[in-house]
Design a protein around this ligand. Structure first.
Ligand SMILES: [Zn+2]
Length: 327
C-alpha cells in the first residue's frame, strides 16, 4: 500500500504517538563517564581542548563519581595520569598507583557505581607507546601481555568492577582472563577495546592523559580506519578469548562498524564517543553554530540506534541531566 493509503506522518503527529513507536531509547544507565585521575593535580585541572572536562585529584574524582551516581550513570571509566613514568610503565600495576587508589576511594564512597578501569601502559611509559619496546623501537606484543595482565589484576584487587584493555595487543584478552582467574577474580568482566582505530579524533585525549607517543605513531597496533571486516574479526577473536563485552572506538564515524560488530557477536557492544568528537561539538556550540543539547542527544541516540548497548562519553553527565529533565 502506498500513498495516499499509507501516510508515514500519521504516527509523528504528537509527542505521545512518537514516544509510543520510538525504536531507540537513550537512558543514563547506558552511559559511562570517562575520568582522568591525576597525581599531578591537587584539585581540578581544566583540559583546554575539552571544555568541561578536568584532570582530577583523587578526592575530586570521588566528588565527580558522586555526581555521576546521582545522575543515574551506570559507571565511570578511570584513566590514570601518574607523576612518574618509566620505560616499562611499571606505574600501571603499582598497588598504590593513581588508578588503584582512585578505584578504592570511589568504591568506598559509591559502592553501587561501577568502576571500569582502562588497562594500558601508554600513560605510564616514558616513550608513550602502549607496550614494551624492542631495541629498534617497535612494540613487543608478547612481552607486553604479562604486564597488561598484571595491571588488570592490580585493578581488580583495588576494587575495579570491570577491566577494559585498550592497548590492541594480540592475545591480551586471554592473558588478562587467565591472570584474573588465577588471582581469584573469575567473576570480573573484561570490556575489550576490540576495534580501536588509529584515529585523528584522539588528539585532545593525549593532552588530557599526557600519553602522546614520544616518537612515531600507533598504527602498527591500532587499526586502519579503512578496514571494517578486520573490525569484525577483532571482535570475534576477543569473544573467543573470553571478552564479556566488546568495544568500537571511535564512535561517530564508525556507525557502520558498530552495526557490523553487533550483528556478528552475541556480546554486548560498547562504543567510545572520543575526545575529538566531544571537542567538535563543544567548539561548534561555543561558536553558536550548533545547539549543544539537541546535538548531543541526537548523536548519542544515533549510537544506540547503530547497535551500542553501552556508550562511553564525555557528554555523559550533561546528557543524563537533560534526560532526567525530559522525563
Ligand atoms: Zn595505550
Amino acid at each position: 500500500m502506498a500513498f495516499p493509503d499509507t501516510r508515514m506522518r500519521r504516527l509523528r503527529a504528537t509527542a505521545n504517538l512518537r514516544g509510543l513507536v520510538r525504536e531507540t531509547e537513550l537512558s543514563p544507565g547506558r552511559l559511562v563517564l570517562p575520568m582522568f585521575v591525576a597525581e599531578t593535580t591537587s584539585g581540578r585541572d581544566p583540559i583546554a581542548t575539552m571544555p568541561g572536562v578536568d584532570r582530577l585529584s583523587i578526592s575530586a574524582a570521588v566528588d565527580e563519581a558522586g555526581q555521576a551516581a546521582a545522575l543515574g550513570l551506570a559507571a565511570v571509566l578511570l584513566f590514570g595520569v601518574p607523576a612518574d613514568k618509566d620505560e616499562h610503565g611499571s606505574g600501571a600495576w603499582d598497588e598504590e598507583g593513581v588508578v588503584q587508589l582512585a578505584a578504592r576511594a570511589i568504591k568506598q564512597a559509591q559502592p553501587q557505581l561501577l568502576v571500569i578501569t582502562d588497562v594500558c601502559l601508554c600513560e605510564y611509559t616514558t616513550h608513550g607507546h602502549c607496550g614494551v619496546l624492542r631495541d629498534e623501537g617497535t612494540v613487543d606484543n608478547d612481552a607486553t601481555l604479562e604486564l597488561l595482565a598484571r595491571t588488570a589484576a592490580s585493578h581488580a584487587r583495588a576494587g575495579a568492577d570491570v577491566v577494559a584493555p585498550s592497548d590492541m595487543m594480540d592475545g591480551r584478552v586471554a592473558a588478562i582472563r587467565h591472570e584474573l582467574d588465577a588471582d581469584g577474580f573469575g567473576e570480573t568482566p573484561i570490556l575489550a577495546y576490540s576495534a580501536k582505530f588509529a584515529s585523528a579524533f584522539y588528539g585532545p585525549f593525549r593532552e588530557a592523559a599526557d600519553s602522546t607517543p614520544a616518537f612515531g605513531d600507533r598504527r602498527a597496533y591500532q587499526m586502519d580506519p579503512a578496514n571494517g571486516r578486520a573490525a569484525v574479526r577483532e571482535a570475534l577473536l576477543d569473544e573467543a578469548e573470553g571478552a564479556d563485552m566488546v568495544m568500537v572506538k571511535p564512535a561517530l564515524a564508525y556507525g557502520d562498524l558498530i552495526a557490523a560488530v553487533k550483528a556478528a557477536t552475541r556480546l554486548p557492544v560498547a562504543v567510545y564517543n572520543v575526545s575529538g568528537e566531544y571537542a567538535m561539538v563543544k567548539a561548534a556550540a561555543a561558536a553558536g553554530y550548533l545547539e549543544e543539547r539537541a546535538t548531543v542527544l541526537e548523536l548519542l541516540t544515533s549510537l544506540r540506534r547503530a547497535g551500542a548497548d553501552v556508550i562511553v562519553s564525555y557528554h555523559a553527565k550533561d546528557a543524563a541531566g537533560w534526560l532526567l529533565e525530559r522525563t
